[in-house]
Design a binder for this molecule. Structure first.
Ligand code: SAJ
Length: 453
């Protein structure tokens, strides 16, 4: 099948890079977003998200005249739906005493409905948003059937998961293998023809439900693997071990690859997608459910770490180590993003850590270099790094941003009265920070030099 014009619905982290990449490869692209600010900003040539290299690809696409943006779909050869599928925040499912989160599919439903007036015989529709198993055939196809055209007979319908890593989206879009699941083999073939425009990785055709399952399996596997790393961190602290050293040694085994513990799992993918399995089959997902519980509880473990650090300083520094050790303590929280070198704060465990610290009376000044103007309810954002740390009692590192990793502890020490450094992501060299005068605490590490005396 040949494509001259496509319409991409949802211009976020996936839709925008996808749209711009198609335009860069000679396809005429119309981008659609329901958020007027996104539309206005792109019409003015400015991207609204941080992703390395994206601004210049969008600049080129606009300059070429092949990329237009508005709030409504237009007629095209193919439609790609790349809207968010978060979980619902107010409603939960229940099964045998376990409570689970539910997918919020409203954006997929309304994007699908928006296509109805412009859907024509012979079109291709592709759902890219991560969705619960069977969403393509049981949710999207029935909505599109309202057009009196049948998926698989009158037009092609596919599910093709995006699998790109934020921070490396433009490269991975092109290089990663792509899975395309069609409601019929012909649909999958049409999907292949479209993505072959720019995908250099292998393209694998399958059915739509398999493709949905592949996507959720990938992120669920990662979630379970991070959960076990987080549990190892807890165990290491109990047994007087440095988990980072233990992981490094275990990973020398040729068939072992333990991931990194940290303050928790965030973002709109790995912390969300496993719930799609739990929601669809709670009776079959015990391990997946418990891994989610472990990762969701990890911010509490960080707060305990902060308390221990303060309690230790209370002994050596003469503070009142009463039960609410956090009360009125000033904490500089470095990093709010859900992972290194991105500006995405969605489902960020760092944000959860800050809320929990505040709940126990701490005064937290947060600094996020990638989103300095972010407005988060109840969080006091510092104007810059220096003002975040100046009056702090402790500095808490929550995200492995490059600029935090490369901080010089001697220079930090000269700008703050804090003498406690707590590293939840294993990037600061304990001996260097200790020499600069800090008591150093690392998540999962009961061996580090901790004293600043
Ligand atoms: N994390 C850890 N320890 C680790 C690795 C990650 O605690 O060893 C945490 C991160 O800090 C972050 C979260 O997990 O909070 C997720 O980060 P990530 O880098 O693992 O993944 P995402 O969410 O940015 O992107 C994932 C990717 N999926 C997989 O690697 C299987 C990406 O390929 C997907 O396209 C993306 O989800 C998505 O959109 O589904």
């Amino acid at each position: 099948m040949k494509f001259q014009k496509i319409c991409v619905l949802g211009l976020g982290y996936i839709g925008l890079p996808t749209a711009a990449t198609f335009a860069a490869h000679g396809i005429e692209v119309h981008g659609v977003d329901v958020n007027p600010r996104v539309v206005e900003s792109l019409q003015a040539g400015k991207i609204h998200i941080h992703e390395p290299g994206l601004q210049s690809v969008v600049d080129e696409a606009i300059k070429s005249g092949r990329f237009t943006v508005s709030s409504q779909p237009v007629e095209a050869d193919a439609f790609i739906i790349a809207v968010p599928t978060p979980f619902q925040h107010e409603k939960f499912g229940e099964y045998n005493g376990i409570r689970f989160k539910l997918a919020d599919m409203r954006a997929v439903m309304s994007a699908t409905e928006a296509i109805l007036p412009v859907l024509r015989k012979g079109n291709l529709v592709i759902l890219e948003s991560t969705s619960p198993p069977r969403a393509t055939v049981e949710l999207v196809a029935p909505i599109l059937a309202r057009s009196n055209l049948q998926a698989g007979a009158d037009f092609h319908l596919c599910y093709s998961p995006e699998r790109v890593l934020p921070g490396q989206i433009l490269r991975e879009l092109v290089e990663n293998a792509r899975v395309i699941g069609g409601v019929t083999p012909e649909s999958a073939r049409a999907g292949r023809d479209l993505y072959a425009t720019f995908v250099k990785g292998e393209i694998h055709e399958t059915d739509a439900t398999t493709a949905e399952m592949v996507k959720i399996m990938e992120n669920t596997t990662r979630d379970v693997n991070i959960a076990i790393a987080n549990e190892f961190a807890r165990l290491a602290e109990k047994f007087g071990v440095d988990v980072w050293e233990a992981i490094r040694l275990a990973n020398l085994h040729p068939r072992i690859n333990i991931l990194n513990p940290g303050p928790g799992v965030g973002g709109h993918c790995i912390s969300v997608d496993p719930w799609f399995f739990v929601e669809a089959a709670p009776e079959l997902t015990e391990l997946i459910y418990h891994a989610r519980q472990v990762n969701d509880a990890q911010p509490h473990f960080v707060v305990e770490k902060v308390k221990q650090a303060l309690a230790q300083a209370a002994v050596t520094g003469g503070w009142d180590a009463a039960e609410s050790i956090l009360k009125n303590k000033k904490i500089a929280a470095l990093g709010l993003a859900y992972k290194p070198d991105v500006d995405d704060l969605r489902e960020s465990p760092a944000v959860e850590v800050i809320h929990l610290l505040q709940k126990e009376g701490a005064i937290v000044h947060a600094w996020e270099p990638f989103a300095p103007n972010a407005k988060l309810e109840g969080i006091d954002m510092a104007a810059d790094f220096d003002s975040a740390i100046k009056d702090a009692d402790a500095i808490l590192l929550l995200v492995n941003h490059t600029q935090f990793r490369t901080l010089n502890p001697v220079s930090v020490a000269s700008k703050t009265k804090a003498r406690i450094a707590i590293d939840t992501v294993n990037v600061w060299k304990p001996d260097q920070w200790q020499s600069a005068g800090f008591a150093v605490h690392r998540l999962g590490d009961a061996k580090s030099p901790v004293s600043n005396l």
